[in-house]
Design a protein around this ligand. Structure first.
Ligand code: FPP
Length: 241
């Protein structure tokens, strides 16, 4: 079980390894994505039990548009079906669902399902579940610069707060913890601005196998780390005593 420390407020997850999980079993890659939906449920449940307030999942990156079109179509279809099937349950649990990304690239049916799920859960605030969809950190920063230029902002007034205000969801706190499943140890263009001081937890578990125990392990490891934000260990000891 996680230690008694307060849980991170915001956990972000790069859900990786669906394709390899399926290939290991002689299945189509899509089977891995379909089983991955159960892991999303497990992560939501674990986050809620620990009192995590924000959970952000990298569900489809800008780069994922380059996958074979039948995989892209099937993923979109899975997303529509999952959202339609899950939104009511999420609302009952107090989960607010939102999607962040270049959503105008999504098929119309997918956008409609998202809009419906967002409306159904809009009053909830026990857990804020953000799906990063057709998203990348660089896309988000390019959009922010575009908005700044379009609004004629004076360069003298540009600072960290004014840039943050132009991010896709400026109200999301920076994640204290980023989990990546599937064995790779890279960031893959996720939340580039927000992860400046984030702790990383890499696990070789493929996403379809990821369960509450794995989530709890990541939190426990996080709880045992000392976050310094550029300070020395002695400075941290002084402020925490
Ligand atoms: C990465 O595995 C995973 C994805 C690109 C899609 C993630 C989607 C889901 C978990 C399904 C549904 C999600 C929701 C929110 C309903 P990969 O295909 O890159 O795996 P590989 O590295 O083994 O090839």
């Amino acid at each position: 079980m996680p230690s008694a420390q307060s849980p991170p407020v915001h956990v972000a997850i790069i859900m990786d390894g669906n394709g390899r999980w399926a290939e290991d079993r002689g299945l189509e890659r899509m089977a891995g994505h379909a089983f991955g939906v159960d892991s999303v449920r497990s992560a939501v449940k674990a986050a809620m039990e620990l009192g995590v307030r924000y959970l952000t999942l990298y569900a489809f990156s800008t780069e994922n548009w380059n996958r074979p079109s039948d995989e892209v179509d099937a993923l979109m279809d899975l997303l529509v079906k999952s959202l339609a099937g899950e939104a009511q349950e999420l609302a009952k649990k107090g989960v607010r669902l939102r999607a962040m990304g270049s959503l105008d690239r999504l098929p119309q049916g997918c956008r409609a399902s998202l809009a419906e799920a967002e409306a159904q859960t809009s009053k909830c605030d026990r857990l804020n579940l953000t799906l990063a969809l057709s998203y990348s950190g660089r896309w988000e920063l390019v959009e922010a610069v575009r908005q700044a230029i379009a609004s004629g902002v004076d360069p003298k007034n540009v600072d960290e707060d004014s840039i943050r205000a132009l991010l896709a969801f400026p109200e999301l706190p920076d994640p204290e913890l980023l989990i990546r499943t599937g064995g790779e140890q890279r960031v893959s263009n996720f939340l580039l601005w927000q992860i400046a001081y984030t702790e990383f937890h890499f696990t070789s578990v493929f996403w379809p196998d990821f369960r509450e125990s794995h989530f709890n392990e990541a939190i426990e490891e996080y709880n045992n780390r000392q976050r310094r934000f550029g300070k020395t260990g002695a400075q941290i000891q002084r402020t925490s005593s």
